[in-house]
Write a protein of this length. Structure first.
Length: 89
């Protein structure tokens, strides 16, 4: 599996997880408005879900930044390699 396809699959998985978490928060707000759960339960549940969403997004951001080298670094590396080739010839 090439890197681009792997990144696409991981992105789709992360988006699905975040959508599920957003739906869970929406459902808990609905249940709270209908009186099925208390305000304290809503607060605890939404805190847990939003913390989980934060963790998922941070891990995804770290993965994406680690997987893709910085463009400026790549340009610098290529210029250094070009200077090395010019000096050897």
């Amino acid at each position: 599996m090439d890197a681009k396809k792997k990144d696409t699959i991981i992105t789709a998985i992360v988006v699905a997880i975040v959508i599920a978490q957003m739906a869970a928060i929406a459902i808990s707000v609905y249940l709270s408005n209908t009186g099925a759960i208390s305000q304290e339960t809503l607060l605890i549940f939404s805190s847990m879900i939003s913390s989980g969403m934060f963790v998922v997004i941070i891990i995804y951001a770290l993965y994406i930044n680690k997987a893709r080298p910085n463009e400026a670094f790549e340009e610098y590396r290529q210029s250094v390699e070009g200077k090395d080739k010019d000096g050897k010839e």
